[in-house]
Design a protein around this ligand. Sequence first.
Ligand code: SAM
Length: 420
Amino acid sequence: MTPPHEPHSPPPDMAAVVQGFYERYPYPQPVENLDSYRQLWHDPQRRRADHHLFEPAKPYREDARILIAGCGTSQAAKHAVRWPAAQVTGIDFSATSVRCTEELKRKHQLHNLQVQQLPLERAAELGVRFDQIVCTGVLHHLADPVAGLQALRSVLEPDGVMHLMVYAPYGRTGIYLLQEFCRRIGVAATDEGIRDLVTALKFLPPGHPLENLLRQAPDFRHAAALADALLNPQDRAYSVPQLFEFLAQGSLSFGRWLQQAPYRPQCGALARIPQAGRIAQLPMAEQFAAVELFRGTMMMHGVVAYRADRPGGSPQPDFAGDAWPAYVPIGQPDTILVQEKLPPGAAAVLINRNHTYTDLYLPIDAAQKQLFQAIDGKRTIGEIAPGPAQRTAARSLFETLWWYDQVVFDTSRADASANP
Ligand SMILES: C[S@@+](CC[C@H](N)C(=O)[O-])C[C@H]1O[C@@H](n2cnc3c(N)ncnc32)[C@H](O)[C@@H]1O
C-alpha cells in the first residue's frame, strides 16, 4: 500500500469563495424524492452494465466501497439508492450540499450512506480506501486541481477505479464569454444578479456561441445551473491533451471515456472525412485530441481512470489477442434498435440515446442484427458466434458495438481462463 499523499493546501481565500458560492447556490437543484431513480436502477441489467463499464475484468459485485467526492445535493444519495449493498461515502465542503444529502438519507432510509462535510483535499482523513471514486464536475473548481486529484488517488485501492468528469474548453466558449462579461461589469452571484442575467440572456444575438447551448442543455433552465456555469468564482477546462497530462500528474492512467463513440475517429461522420486514414495512424490519445478539435462542441469529458500502478495494468477489453471469444457482451440499457427509415442495405440502426451527436448511429446488416439480438448477458461471443465462418465478422462487430457504446463486456471469464 502506498502511503496517503500529503495534500498541498489551496490558497484559503479562493477555496472559501468557492465554498461560499456552493453554500448559497447548491448544485444540482435539490431533489426531494429518489423513487423514480430507484425504479430506474432496479433493473439488474443496468447495474451489471454499469459495473462492467468500470470494471470489465472483475466479476460482478454489489458491495463495493464508493466515495463520491464533491457530492453536491444528491449524487451520493443516488449512488446509495443504486447500490443498496455498497458502502457509500459522500463528502462535500458545502454545508448546504451535506444537509440536502442528509435529508435524502433520512427520507429514503439509506443506512449504507455516510455523509461528511470535508474538503476532498483532506479525503485521507476518512481513513478508508475505496474501490470506486466518483468525482464529477468538481476538480476544475479547485485552486489546485492536481493536489485534489492526488488526494483522491491516495485513497483509491490499488485495483480501484475512478470516474472523473471535468469541463472541456471548446464547447464552453459561450460560457467563458459570458463569465468574462459578468466579471468585467461586476455581475455578482446574488439572487438579483442571477435574475437579471436570465433576462439578459433572452437578448443574446442569434449565432452567439452560448445560444445553441442554452437551447440544447435543459439543465440551464434552472437558476442553480446557470449560476454554476456563468457566475462560478473559479473554473477551468481541459482539452484532451491537458486531461491526459492531468491524469499523469495524478499517477493515473486513462481507461476509457464514459461515452467513447464521440471520441473515436471511426465512429459517425468523422469516418467519412478525407483525413480519416491519416487520423487512424496516430497514437490513440492523439486521435482523441484530433476528434475533439473537429467536433468543436464538447463541453465536458467523462473519463474512467485507474491507478497507473494497477496490478495487471488497464483492464479494458482487447480485440487484438485471442481472449475476446470468452468476453460476455452486455447490452447498454439506453440503446435502441431502430427498424424504420433505414439507410440502403441496413437491416437496423443502433442508437445510444445518451449520445448528443446525431451522427453516432450504427447501421447493421441482417447477419449483424442476428448476432446483436443474440446478446443475452450470459453467453460469450464465442457461444453467440460458434462457427469459424462467423468468427471474423463477430470480432469486428462486437468491437464496433463496444466503441459505439452499445455494449460493455464482462471479460472475467477470459481472465480466469488465462490465469486459472
Ligand atoms: C458542480 S457541483 C457537482 C456536484 C456533483 N458532483 C454532481 O455531479 O452532481 C460541485 C460540488 O463540488 C463541491 N466542491 C467544490 N470544491 C470542493 C472541495 N475542494 N472539496 C469538497 N467539495 C467541493 C461543491 O460544494 C459542489 O457541491
